[in-house]
Design a protein. Sequence first.
Length: 256
Amino acid sequence: MSLRYMQPYDDEIALVNEVTIAQALKNLDYKHVHIQSGRGITKRNNRADIELYDEGPKHLLVNEFSSAVLNWTLAAPLAGDIGVKINDPFIRNKASAFRKSIGWLESVPNIKGPTFTFSHLYPLHTPYVFLKDGSVRPNATVPPDTELGRELYVEAVIYTNSVLEQTVDKLLSESETEPIIIIQGDHSAWGMPWSLHIAKDELAQRTAVFNSIYLPENCRTGLYSGNSRRCDALGRDGKALGACGTNSSSAQQSNI
């Protein structure tokens, strides 16, 4: 996004909001569209020309932080005694936020003129709230171990993949000009909170990410073939056209 590595003195939010690519494209009359992520440093971007976000107070009151705070108070055992699940509002809100983000993303072709759109999606962050059929997992929490975490992650991936496939098809069919679509993952499966003291094999799994680019016909020159590659460039039929970039395990912000 900012086309540079983060430095120790950098402010994370300012760096994400920098979006050097979008600033360059503005010179070509592109609009920078930012879709609310629902949490974290990509929630808002005040430098975007268009922000698509939930203006209601619910996302401010019902979120991961408020759920965590309540779980550390006397409210948690008292609520459990009467059958109230404190995490339920957060889980429903997270599922709703993802579906809203997809709806906003699919509406981008309706914006007049060329656009650069950024959307950071959170269904593959713990707690994994989706089952593979798209139903919401009841009382979802951060998995207690990595083995269970991987199982829940796979179910969330199956559902997310099916949603993104439909979204990409819609963007391709409804865009006036054939778009460039980039889908990147900033990390893979993770069942427990981040720790610096994890095994090397778990670290390798954590940093193995998905990268895929869809390119229009007139943008496909200069690609190279080979087995050592960081991402695949795909044609409309889904077949790989060639490789883009160099072999690397560095994390990228998720965007489409």
